[in-house]
Design a protein around this ligand. Structure first.
Ligand code: NAD
Ligand code: TDX
Length: 350
């Protein structure tokens, strides 16, 4: 029986990965290690928490002793590392936290894996989940490939780029069996409402302003979170050691076009007169260092592992909006307390 460590499993993408693995692999023991920051919520995993192959450990990946002991105790044969500080705007207000979790936390996990995995390395795997933001920003044309030079601009992407370099260095220097993937923007259920799509659903629902950064002309490539989780499953099991795989939705949207589409769908779902929600659009000061465009070439993943996105964006967006409208209690819970303070600092000062 394999024991797999999933870090950050109480967060947005992590909870989808934990759910997929717990249900699909009853003969794996899945250990979810999460600090439960503002972004981690065990309510995201209610449907799998009683499964006999699932367990949760509350802990901080920055705590090297805890990580070392956990590896000794559990004898993991695989790691899927998602724990991170993940929001660009927070990295602009507080960069240091991103260095601790994203860089030092990752190095702690690499050290523990390296010391614990002395033999049968071909049966071990350290899978690091990263982002397309490490490649920087594209102009009007072109796509990020696995060969694109790293050029991070925000403290968030700089910290993720640094962690990617450490993961590759542990492969090259110590022979650690690693694999990395860099994914585009995810959307779907359980995403914390500080990111564009859930924040704007929440604000439209509550007739609050929709703060569009700059002119709304930045482009993002959106991927259904369950398609990302499926790609992670494929890469964890069949990706080649030492390799990087880009994951993307072939689904580029200018922010303002996406926001207008969301407004139209929400008007329909909330029985509002057409055009009502668009009136909430408010142009605010641009994000510092705001990358213009991200778009991913995921042909390597398609060619080698036969993965393709499963959902059309319009369908996925409708499903996502329905989920947030039906899960108002979840939204209320995560937008109270700590988050509320951050929300005020972030938006009410603009
Ligand atoms: P998230 O912010 O929703 O979740 C992060 C999780 O990590 C939370 O549960 C949090 O409690 C936990 N965590 C944070 N610091 C920790 C620490 N020090 N120790 C242990 N746990 C800690 O993030 P997400 O959007 O689900 O992203 C998951 C991963 O995927 C991240 O590594 C992110 O860089 C990457 N990624 C995200 C996207 C996206 O669109 N959201 C796209 C590509 C890559
Ligand atoms: O209030 C807003 N107004 C706005 O115009 C917010 C929150 C965002 N935006 C813009 C900024 C971006 O151009 O929308 C776009 C998407 O913003 P985010 O949801 O913050 O995502 P992004 O900065 O693109 O980063 C995301 O994708 C890559 C995730 O947060 C990262 O974790 C992931 O690595």
């Amino acid at each position: 029986m394999k024991t797999i460590l999933i870090t950050g499993g109480a967060g947005f993408i992590g909870s989808h990965v934990v759910r997929l693995f717990v249900k699909k692999y009853p003969d794996y023991r899945i250990v979810n290690l999460d600090k439960l920051t503002y972004a981690g919520n065990l309510a995201n995993l209610k449907d799998v928490e009683k499964y006999p192959n699932y367990s949760f450990v509350k802990g901080d990946i920055v705590d090297g002793d805890l990580i070392r002991k956990l590896f000794e105790e559990k004898q993991f044969s695989g790691v899927i590392h998602l724990a991170a500080e993940s929001h660009v705007d927070r990295s602009i207000s507080n960069p240091t936290e991103f260095v601790f979790t994203n860089v030092i936390g990752t190095v702690n996990l690499l050290n523990a894996a390296r010391h614990s995995w002395k033999e049968q390395l071909e049966e071990k795997r350290f899978y690091h989940i990263s982002t397309d933001e490490v490649y920087g920003s594209l102009g009007e044309a072109g796509l990020f490939t696995e060969e694109t030079r790293y050029d991070p601009h925000s403290p968030y992407s700089a910290s993720k780029a640094s962690s990617d370099h450490f993961v590759r260095a542990y492969h090259d220097t110590f022979g650690l069996p690693v694999v990395i993937s860099n994914c585009s923007n995810n959307y779907g259920s359980f995403q914390f409402p500080e990111k564009l799509i859930p924040l704007f659903i929440h604000n439209i629902r509550n007739n609050k302003p929709l703060p569009v950064y700059g002119k709304g002309e930045n482009v993002r490539d959106w991927l259904w979170v369950e398609d990302h989780a499926r790609a992670i499953d494929e890469i964890f099991h069949r990706g080649r050691v030492g390799q990087t795989y880009n994951i993307g939705g072939h689904n580029e949207w200018k922010n303002i076009d996406l926001i207008r589409l969301m407004c139209r769908i929400m008007d329909r779902k909330l029985n509002r007169v057409g055009g009502t929600s668009e009136k909430l659009i408010t142009y605010v000061k641009d994000r510092a260092g705001h990358d213009l465009r991200y778009a991913i070439d995921s042909s390597k993943l398609q060619r080698e592992l036969n993965w393709t996105p499963s959902l059309q964006f319009e369908e996925g967006l409708e499903k996502t909006i329905d989920w947030y409208l039906e899960n108002e209690a979840w939204l209320q819970e995560v937008t109270s307390g700590d988050y509320q303070k951050y929300y005020e600092e972030q938006y009410l000062k603009r």
